[in-house]
Design a protein around this ligand. Structure first.
Ligand code: ZN
Length: 453
């Protein structure tokens, strides 16, 4: 059944901005795109349309501790001290709590223009570390939050077995994450049933990091979902690079490129600390760099060499990772600003002379993010009808020339410029607000008060 068509006075297609674009939708997917079209009676008319943005890396439960790890400790604060706070928070979360927290995170993602999330899901077991009666209980909560909010879900169950390189046993704080390969296969089989309840769920797999899996386990995990995305945290921290060098003589990305077939199914999350041969290897293999600029800044990770990697044709997408702040435009802005600060230059990530930085960033993040999440992105026939309209009455956008709208949105207006967000052709955000926002917030606040008591 086709619903009414959506008509944009201008829209961002793969080939660039086009005028008078009429999009027809059936069964949640785009069936036709007409350019230079005329709006028909019954069409929903909007000013400016963009494809929805994939959010390629999220740990939804961490939304619950957003802003609660910003007090300086007695010694040097780092990723590792943040991780201790995260482990204490994680100890208390039960499936209903996860549903409440993830639903808020996903509603906020949709409001900010993310229409699909790659959930890097490692919180599998009960607080005592034993499996729930259904080992996929927590994954069901994630799927329920996705269904409730209507965000697209690419679920990436995480395999986690060790606390350090070369198979060190897991630490107590990691007991809710840990599986052996047999247990993990069982879990993935159950997760498939959770995804079956969604319209367009995608299953992938995520070996957590080279710290948490052995070489043998990495090979086994990579074959469990034959065609799905494979995501891994890698080279986020200097201490991790040093430990990997001490263990293997190779840097993490170098080791991965030498020991796994890192191709288009792979997303290397962070990949912050890479040498030129390493980032060239990622680009040449066709994998995606999963960049999470806000979280990487919040955790003090460092800067990915985005300027040179993008110039070499490398694919990237963005992720909200720790969900300390959920804001799609802000992720793209900080990615560019990090490069400006590093290179003392402007418009570093524009595709070339005369190109809009905002449009360059946006198109490449849609493309790389879609590839990383196993879906076709962008406004194109056959793609999911996931898109965004911008409010051209926003003061930062009202006078912007058509090809500068994304520059104005990303660098000036921010998420206040987002008007409507459609998922599978249905508006789930209107005037910047998710349709279930009030109920989701009320339940989230009750849950957080209970968890913090
Ligand atoms: Zn992560």
């Amino acid at each position: 059944m086709g619903g009414p068509s959506i008509f944009f006075r201008q829209a961002l297609l793969w080939e660039g901005w086009a005028r008078d674009v009429r999009i027809s939708v059936s069964d949640g997917c785009i069936t036709a795109i007409e350019r230079d079209a005329t709006a028909q009676p019954g069409d929903r008319v909007h000013a400016a349309g963009l494809p929805g943005m994939p959010n390629l890396h999220s740990h939804a439960f961490q939304r619950g501790m957003a802003g609660l790890a910003e007090r300086r400790g007695p010694s040097h604060d780092s990723f590792w001290s943040w991780r201790e706070i995260m482990y204490r928070f994680v100890d208390r979360i039960e499936p209903d709590d996860l549903l409440a927290i993830a639903a808020l995170a996903y509603a906020e993602m949709l409001e900010s223009g993310f229409t699909r999330v790659g959930e890097f899901h490692y919180l599998h077991h009960a607080p005592d570390g034993g499996p729930y009666a259904d080992p996929a209980e927590m994954a069901h909560a994630i799927a329920a939050a996705a269904a409730e909010t209507s965000i697209g879900l690419t679920l990436l169950p995480v395999f986690y077995a060790h606390s350090g390189f070369d198979g060190a046993p897991p630490a107590d704080g990691q007991r809710r994450f840990v599986n052996d390969i047999t247990g993990f296969e069982r879990l993935v089989a159950r997760i498939l049933t959770a995804l079956g309840t969604l319209d367009d769920g995608v299953l992938g797999v995520a070996p957590h990091s080279l710290r948490a899996v052995t070489a043998e386990e990495l090979r086994a995990v990579a074959t469990i979902v034959p065609d799905g995305p494979i995501h891994i945290h890698i080279a986020e921290q200097v201490a991790e690079v040093d430990a990997c060098l001490a263990w293997s003589g190779a840097r993490p990305v170098q080791w991965l490129l030498e020991n796994a077939e890192v191709g288009p199914r792979w997303c290397l999350v962070h990949a912050t600390h890479v040498t030129e041969p390493e980032w060239r290897g990622i680009a040449q293999g066709g994998a995606t760099a999963g960049l999470c600029p806000i979280t990487e800044a919040n955790l003090g990770d460092g800067l990915f060499p985005a300027r040179d990697y993008l110039a070499a044709g490398g694919s990237f997408g963005v992720g909200s990772d720790s969900n300390v702040e959920i804001d799609m435009f802000a992720e793209l802005r900080l990615l560019e600003y990090g490069q400006r600060l590093q290179h003392r230059s402007r418009n570093v990530l524009a595709e070339g002379g005369g190109h809009s930085t905002g449009t360059s960033l946006y198109r490449r993040a849609v493309s790389g993010g879609g590839a990383a999440l196993g879906v076709e992105g962008g406004l194109a026939g056959g793609a999911p009808a996931d898109f965004i309209s911008l409010d051209l009455n926003h003061p930062s956008l009202a006078a912007a020339p058509p090809d500068a709208i994304l520059d104005a949105a990303i660098f000036a207006a921010g998420r206040g410029a987002i008007d409507t967000v459609w998922r599978r052709g249905v508006p789930v955000v209107s005037a910047g607000r998710h349709r279930n926002y009030d109920a989701i917030v009320a339940r989230y606040v009750m849950t957080l008060k209970k968890l913090m008591a």
